[in-house]
Design a protein around this ligand. Structure first.
Ligand code: AMP
Length: 280
């Protein structure tokens, strides 16, 4: 496994691999890897000849009051995990090389990024779409892997790749959870033991919503109220609980087919998101 910081160098190396006829799978991450990331890496390893993991805490997707500075970083540990999974290349550029002082180009995925997290994190998805297009341009992967845990991100990236005729086929993989149901996230390490104890309530509330739909409930507001009642005692603040259409991510009032039920909550200073897909 080789680690590259230089955009020029990794480009050269990957183009050499492509000249040999090898397919390339990319797993974009912000590092501090956990089983969720590893599930994407394992899938990439099965699909592609060459696996690239990018590790880059992308400053432009963080708001001014968000956790960019304190976001957990440990390249040495991440490299060990990647090596074990048979990763070929880690690409870990510096923020300066990705965003020179006169950087001026951004990508916006309109329509899919205004609702849900977009309402609470202005500019976030613009930052995500921008960095992912840069990574797609640098690596030119055949396949790129994203987790359903960040459903809005994955759906927006899929749309971006289609709209901008990018060569990468975007694959969305299921959410990996701890044994008690909490969706794995690099941010879970911020949780105090007490908060960690309460955090699985998020998934439990979403599962309860799924059961309600299975039992015939079709009114989204009633479902959202039930989730709210379950969440309120466990969390510090609720950003949103939403029932949205799977392809448009617009709110749905009456459930007629498959939906995404998504929630974002604060446990103390930590913002957690989760979602489930419920087939109609
Ligand atoms: P991050 O490092 O948080 O930016 O995540 C990198 C990629 O891993 C994104 O595509 C995430 O959706 C995905 N990911 C993060 N957590 C999980 C999880 N628990 N299960 C599956 N994929 C995940």
């Amino acid at each position: 496994m080789k680690i590259f910081n230089s955009i020029k160098e990794i480009r050269k190396e990957i183009s050499r691999e492509k000249q040999k006829g090898f397919t390339v799978g990319l797993v974009p991450t912000m590092g501090y890897l956990h089983e969720g990331h590893l599930s994407l890496i394992k899938k990439a390893r099965r699909d592609s000849d060459v696996v690239v993991v990018s590790i880059f805490v992308n400053p432009v997707q963080f708001g001014p009051k968000e956790d960019y500075r304190k976001y957990p970083r440990n390249l040495k540990r991440d490299a060990g995990l990647c090596e074990k999974e048979g990763v070929d290349y880690i690409f870990s550029p510096s923020p300066k090389s990705m965003y020179p002082v006169d950087y001026s180009t951004f990508v916006c995925v309109e329509g899919l990024t205004e609702n849900l997290c977009g309402k609470f994190r202005p500019g976030h998805f613009k930052g995500v779409a921008t960095v992912v297009s840069k990574l797609f341009n640098i690596i030119e992967p055949d396949f790129a892997y994203f987790g359903q845990k960040d459903a809005q991100q994955a759906i927006a990236i899929k749309r971006m790749a289609r709209d901008l005729n990018m060569g990468a086929k975007v694959k969305i993989m299921p959410t990996v959870r701890d044994a008690d149901g909490l969706a794995m996230s690099s941010r879970n390490i911020y949780l105090s033991p007490k908060e960690r104890g309460k955090a699985p309530t998020i998934y439990r509330a979403l599962q309860e919503a799924r059961n309600l739909i299975k039992l015939g409930e079709r009114n989204s507001n009633r479902i959202i109220s039930k989730i709210r009642v379950k969440l309120l005692p466990a969390v510090t603040k609720i950003d949103y609980i939403s029932v949205v259409d799977l392809s448009t991510l617009k709110d749905i009032k009456v459930i007629k087919s498959g939906v995404l039920i998504a929630a974002a909550v604060w446990m103390g200073q930590t913002r957690l998101i989760d979602n489930i897909i419920v087939k109609g």
